[in-house]
Design a protein around this ligand. Structure first.
Ligand code: NAD
Ligand code: MG
Length: 390
């Protein structure tokens, strides 16, 4: 029996993870499930797969969770510290599927206990890549990528020597607005940005796909995880979303990874690694697909990619700044306070302000420094938004 926990169990990746685990309950002892405001989902899942403890991120929801699990022997807890404690509870394998920088501390707690951490929470690597990798190395923890592109690169690299890798190409669907006239993006609505052409995902990552902030985070994630340089990583728009990534070697060969756009593939690969097991995903019918198409990403349409390249050059805490400014401007777009194109403009202004703060640029990447920088960047984003509105 493998002891497993799911951080962010009630989200899109979390639910796909539960789907796989619930198909083979005899193989798993479920330790902790964490969620947010969706208490009924969290409680139902905790009962379904018989978790030891269910944790909500929000203190004020503890009594609701307790009530929802009354009459069971499932423990309950709430708050940020309880999330990290969930990560620290002894387990062999944990899924990190919280959205945003809040996923960093619980993920680090999991690595500190020497467990295998399946990482969907790309923000951890963007904000604190060096810290995450060091923590895994120091405690004998293992980090497995779950983002579909990074799982694809990881699989394409099996048996290969990273030294012969010339380039890593990650694909992008192009998101909801790939065929829109650029002028129309200014007035794009929340509902329009929240529908993805190929993937069924959480709302935040879906909007980030329309703006390519998701791909921007993934560029940084690729650099951190695989240790390649910024100029070795390319993005290609591939509207069919069937090739997830390609790895090019010095002999000119390119290894591509194909599969249906279903996160249960990448989650299942990380769950069963280093073995492969049968997974309930559809099989590609190449004759029916007939054509795969590609297009270079348009920098004018997707300024987030240029900003990510700047961040990769700057290094240090700039990833934490980039992510926090992105999260804050995404909050404002979701709340209807700013337009779609304002998000990239605000992130760029926050990065420029960071550039001017010499003291911060060289600060060490510790959890404290990352969280302080995250707070500061959110404040800067807020004040920039207030100034723009006035
Ligand atoms: P989601 O919004 O569907 O779910 C997020 C989960 O995190 C929920 O369980 C929610 O309760 C929890 N959460 C939200 N805010 C929290 C906070 N402040 N503290 C603690 N928990 C909190 O998100 P998702 O689409 O499943 O994405 C999860 C992560 O996986 C993200 O980092 C995303 O970029 C990454 N990812 C998702 C997909 C996908 O298919 N959805 C694909 C690749 C990578
Ligand atoms: Mg991805």
């Amino acid at each position: 029996m493998r002891r497993v926990s799911i951080l962010g169990a009630t989200g899109s990746v979390g639910q796909n993870t539960i789907d796989l685990i619930a198909r083979a309950p005899q193989d798993y002892d479920v330790v902790a499930l964490t969620g947010g405001h969706n208490i009924s989902q969290l409680a139902a899942d905790a009962k379904l797969i018989n978790a030891e403890i269910a944790v909500t991120a929000y203190d004020e929801r503890l009594e609701d969770l307790r009530a929802a699990l009354a009459g069971t022997d499932i423990k309950v807890a709430a708050g940020q510290a309880a999330l990290s404690e969930a990560g620290a509870r002894p387990a062999d394998w944990l899924m990190s599927a919280i959205v945003g920088a809040s996923g960093l501390a619980p993920g680090l707690a999991a690595l500190e206990q020497g467990a295998t951490l399946a990482l969907a929470n790309k923000e951890s690597l963007v904000c604190a890549g060096a810290l995450v990798l060091e923590t895994a190395a120091r405690h004998g923890g293992r980090l497995l990528p779950v983002d579909s592109e990074h799982s694809a690169v990881f699989q394409a690299l099996t048996g290969e020597d990273i030294e012969t890798v010339e380039r890593i190409i990650i694909t992008a669907s192009g998101g909801a607005f790939r065929d829109w006239p650029i002028e129309a993006l200014k007035t794009a609505t929340l509902a329009e940005a929240s529908s993805h052409p190929n993937w069924d995902m959480g709302q935040r990552i879906t909007i980030d796909s329309a703006s390519m902030f998701n791909k921007a985070l993934e560029l940084i994630e690729t650099k951190e995880y695989f240790g390649v340089s910024s100029d070795q990583i390319e993005v290609i728009v591939h509207p069919e979303s069937l090739i997830h990534a390609l790895v090019g070697h010095t002999d000119g060969a390119i290894m591509a990874h194909l599969g249906p756009p279903d996160m249960r593939h990448a989650i299942g690969y990380a769950l069963h690694w280093p073995k492969r097991r049968e997974l309930p995903v559809s099989r590609l019918d190449l004759a029916q697909i007939a054509n795969l198409s590609f297009k270079a990403p348009d920098d004018a349409r997707y300024p987030a990619l240029r900003l990510a390249r700047d961040v990769m050059q700057r290094g240090g805490l700039s990833g934490a700044v980039f992510n926090a400014a992105k999260e804050r401007s995404l909050d404002a777009f979701i709340a209807g306070r700013i337009g779609f194109l304002d998000m990239a403009a605000i992130v760029e202004e926050v990065l420029n302000r960071f550039e001017a703060q010499t003291g911060l640029i060289d600060a060490a990447i510790t959890l404290d420094n990352v969280m302080q920088t995250d707070h500061l960047a959110r404040e800067w984003a807020d004040s920039i938004m207030v100034n723009r509105a006035g």
